[in-house]
Ligand binder design. Structure first.
Ligand code: LMR
Length: 394
């Protein structure tokens, strides 16, 4: 049997992680996988997470099963964090999932079950695993223009033009904030225009929000998803706690299905529970419990938000430092976009060959499409990266 298996292509982000580990050079710089690192190069456990874990350790009396959709208190906390008061709670079905990827995967399965003819429109580029899972599930994808390779901003006219070709019932996958891999984001006026188009054409938006709090702040980063959720009859939202709670390996995510009326909610809730049962039964609980503990404790929540804000500001500082350094070295503003982008990533917008050259010559590890993890930098490595970019002739 096993001889029939086909070797699968390696995920390019995870393959890069491995390559970096194997590189013996002490001067190497890891700008690959989307993991936050502080100035010491450490991905710390956040203070509030440690405190919540201690509280859980002291008070948790059982590790018995919770429920197929996870703890409703977790869903409530996350819904409040992401949507605020934008949508009536009785329209939202929600289930805990193993990480944001779990939510994405369950959402795609739900789409396939509900409408096998639906195509999923994805930004070009998008997170490679979106495409990989869609392909694995045999769901047809259509790329819409997103990144303007001249300005390194959003090609919004191109995006709208391409979305206009979608048919009723097709799904539009949107990044809630901090677009991965580009760092280029829609402004609120553009979100509104997308919402108008989606409503006019009867499309189903699916928002993947994995970096809330990493862009312009916890509330600001949720404006787009709130606008979508409060304006359209139906949508899906896949959320991750990996980055903003720093609990990557705990695999903590949430899938929401928002429907026109409370009546449809029961069917959606049952479907989400069913999908969990088919794939892994009960979703993991520890990360969700940490998040719930933090969100329901004023002091922990305040401390978590403050630490997250420090992380965000540190990334903004690194962006500015890199843009300034490149301005100094090149005498031009053509890298100013790095300071304008938001979130963990910026797409440099250069060729695979130059990315490879920077890796070979200077030990700079960015993803092959030239995505840089800004959070992988520190004040000392910014000048090294700037010099490598200029030296390679980007
Ligand atoms: C990334 O894009 O680097 C992260 O979302 C981590 C991952 O799983 O790819």
């Amino acid at each position: 049997m096993f001889e029939n298996l086909k070797a699968q292509p390696a995920d390019k982000i995870l393959a890069l992680m491995q390559k970096f580990r194997e590189d013996p050079r002490g001067s190497k710089v890891d700008l690959g996988v989307g993991v936050y690192k502080n100035a010491e190069g450490v991905t710390p456990v956040m203070r509030a997470v440690k405190a919540a874990e201690q509280k859980i350790w002291e008070t948790q009396a059982s590790k018995s099963y919770v429920g197929l959709a996870g703890d409703p208190a977790y869903a409530d906390g996350m819904i409040n964090l992401i949507l605020g008061e934008a949508v009536a709670r009785d329209k939202i079905a929600a289930a805990a999932t193993p990480g944001g990827t779990g939510a994405v995967r369950q959402a795609f399965e739900l789409i396939r079950n509900a409408n096998p003819a639906a195509r999923v429109f994805v930004s070009n580029p998008t997170w490679p695993n979106h495409l990989s899972i869609l392909k694995y599930l045999n769901i047809e994808t259509v790329a819409y223009r997103y990144f303007d390779s001249e300005t390194r901003g959003v090609d919004f006219d191109g995006m709208l033009e391409d979305l206009k070709t979608a048919n009723m019932g097709d799904v539009v996958l949107l990044h809630g904030c901090c677009h991965n891999p580009t760092g280029a984001n829609l402004n609120l006026t553009q979100w509104q225009a997308v919402v108008d188009l989606v409503v006019e054409k009867g499309l189903i938006p699916m928002v993947d929000i994995a970096y809330q709090g990493f862009g312009d702040g916890l509330e600001q980063d949720a404006q787009g998803v709130r606008l979508v959720a409060s304006s359209v009859p139906e949508c899906l939202i896949a959320a991750s706690c990996s980055k903003n709670f720093g609990i990557y390996r705990e695999r903590t995510g949430l899938l929401m299905a928002i429907s026109q009326d409370a009546g449809a909610r029961a069917l959606n809730q049952g479907t989400l529970a069913f999908l969990n049962r088919q794939n892994y039964s009960f979703p993991p609980d520890h990360g969700a419990r940490i998040v719930t503990t933090i969100l329901n404790d004023d002091a922990l929540r305040t401390d978590w938000a403050a630490e997250l804000e420090d992380v965000r500001l540190a990334m903004l500082g690194l962006r500015q430092q890199l843009a300034d350094e490149l301005q100094k070295l090149t005498g031009s503003d053509r890298f100013g976009f790095i300071a304008q982008h938001r979130g963990m990533f910026s797409l440099l917008g250069t060729s695979f060959d130059l990315v490879e050259k920077m890796r070979a010559d200077d030990g700079i590890y960015m993803v092959g499409d030239s995505r840089m993890n800004i959070a992988g930098l520190n004040a000392d490595t910014v000048p090294i990266l700037a010099q490598a970019i200029v030296k390679a002739g980007v």
